[in-house]
Design a protein around this ligand. Structure first.
Ligand SMILES: Nc1ncnc2c1ncn2[C@@H]1O[C@H](COP(=O)(O)OP(=O)(O)OP(=O)(O)O)[C@@H](O)[C@H]1O
Ligand SMILES: [Mg+2]
Length: 386
């Protein structure tokens, strides 16, 4: 058990064709027993960060501490950390038992103790019956359990996981996701988990670290990141379908603030609670962020009475059973903006029909077009949690 501290960490890969800055200005304290998930698009620096913590990659600048010990120059085997890789990296010629025991034998752990730990881990993971098999005789999910088992027997201070579920089919992923969460409860050990899957990040994490281009974009518990995204990138990355971004401009008049949609004369009134914060941005180009569930049809009455109606037209309807995804387009604009709404399936919509959209103004966000920052957050939600 340990906290893991990254302070001003930077990683530059030197290459023949130039340097690649993979991670920049990374500051984060991962608390003892915390489940932290690093999430972000391909190439944003997740694996590099994990490998630096494990000691498999040298850090270019900054420092990393595990417990209260700076480990910058401590070799991987002495860091008291276990890493589970995407491809599991099991030894094909060894039985499950031997795969799990291997690391302990290298460390000269007594045989009786090895046996005890392997059997205990196998019991926890439900793979006792597989201990004599070779990896090739296992399913993907079983191999994944063996890889986790091999990490558990080490009883490390922290676990590192690099996309451990990405080789599994959709159903198994969901199952193993729940297993990992249970395991975290049971072991009560620090876990640092990397994925590009936002659902995995949201469901597993105590705190989510959203990364892009080698930099941390936001650190917060999952629902905070979802409800109070710090900037356009975070807002667009979490949630399916993605948050709608409507281009326009803020206009102040007699104490209230309106959002005028670009390309037409439609506008909506910003709620009074936001007016004081947004008044400073009057006259600026902004992006109004509305999640698909924040757009309703007039007939639904969901956000009725708001008076904030946008005239749109239906282009595509995708029924999903209990709900439907409706693709909408701005009416009367030279270059119409596209929106996506998630509606209850009982709402009748048909293609080419006019759609009077109500926006749930309680849940909208306003992003400055230039800085890309969310300028509609209250101070308490802006606070970073690093
Ligand atoms: N050994 C290396 N040499 C040079 N560049 C590298 C090396 N490893 C990674 N990079 C570069 O560093 C950046 C970050 O890579 P990294 O593997 O950390 O991304 P990632 O977030 O794990 O992506 P993915 O989701 O695709 O696994 C990328 O631009 C990548 O091309
Ligand atoms: Mg990676």
């Amino acid at each position: 058990m340990a906290q893991v501290l990254l302070d001003g960490v930077r990683k530059v890969y030197k290459g023949d064709t130039g340097d690649v800055v993979a991670v920049e200005d990374f500051n984060l304290t991962i608390r003892d027993r915390e489940f932290v998930v690093l999430v972000g698009p391909s190439g944003c620096g997740k694996t590099t960060t994990l490998r630096m913590i494990a000691g498999l990659e040298e850090i270019t600048q900054g420092s990393i501490a595990i417990g209260d010990k700076v480990v910058n120059h401590v070799p991987p085997k002495d860091r008291d950390i276990a890493m589970v890789f995407q491809n599991y990296a099991l030894y094909p010629h060894m039985s499950v038992y031997k795969n799990m025991a291997f690391g302990l034998r290298l460390r000269r752990v007594p045989k009786v103790e090895i046996e005890r730990r392997v059997r205990e881990a196998a019991r926890v993971l439900g793979i006792e019956a597989l201990l004599d098999r070779k990896p090739k005789a296992l399913s993907g999910g079983q191999r994944q359990r063996v890889a986790v088992g091999r990490a558990i027997v080490r009883q490390p201070a922290a676990f590192l996981f690099d996309e451990p579920l990405s080789n599994l089919d959709a159903k198994l992923r969901v199952e193993m996701r729940a297993e990992l969460k249970k395991l975290h409860h049971r072991l009560a050990t620090t876990m640092i988990y990397v994925t590009h899957d936002q659902i995995e990040a949201m469901t597993l994490a105590d705190r989510v670290v959203v990364m892009n281009n080698g930099r941390i974009q936001q650190v917060a518990p999952p629902l905070r990141v979802y409800d109070y995204p710090a900037n356009l990138f975070v807002a667009g990355f979490l949630g399916t379908p993605s948050m709608n971004f409507i281009k326009g401009r803020l206009e102040g008049s007699n104490g209230s603030v309106r959002f005028a949609v670009a390309g037409s004369d439609a506008s909506v009134t910003m709620p009074p609670r936001l007016a004081s914060r947004l008044r400073d941005h009057a006259g600026r180009d902004v992006v109004l962020g509305v999640r698909p569930e924040g757009i309703g049809h007039r007939s639904e009455g969901a956000f009725a009475g708001s008076g904030n109606v946008l005239p749109l037209v239906v282009r595509v309807v995708e029924p999903l059973g209990d709900e439907q995804i409706v693709h909408l387009e701005q009416l009367g604009a030279e270059r119409p903006q596209q929106l996506i709404a998630k509606l209850d399936s009982h709402v009748k919509v048909s293609v080419e029909q006019r759609f009077e959209a109500h926006l749930n103004m309680e849940k909208v966000h306003v992003f400055d077009s230039e800085s890309q920052q969310n300028v509609s957050l209250e101070q308490e939600h802006v606070a970073s949690e690093r």
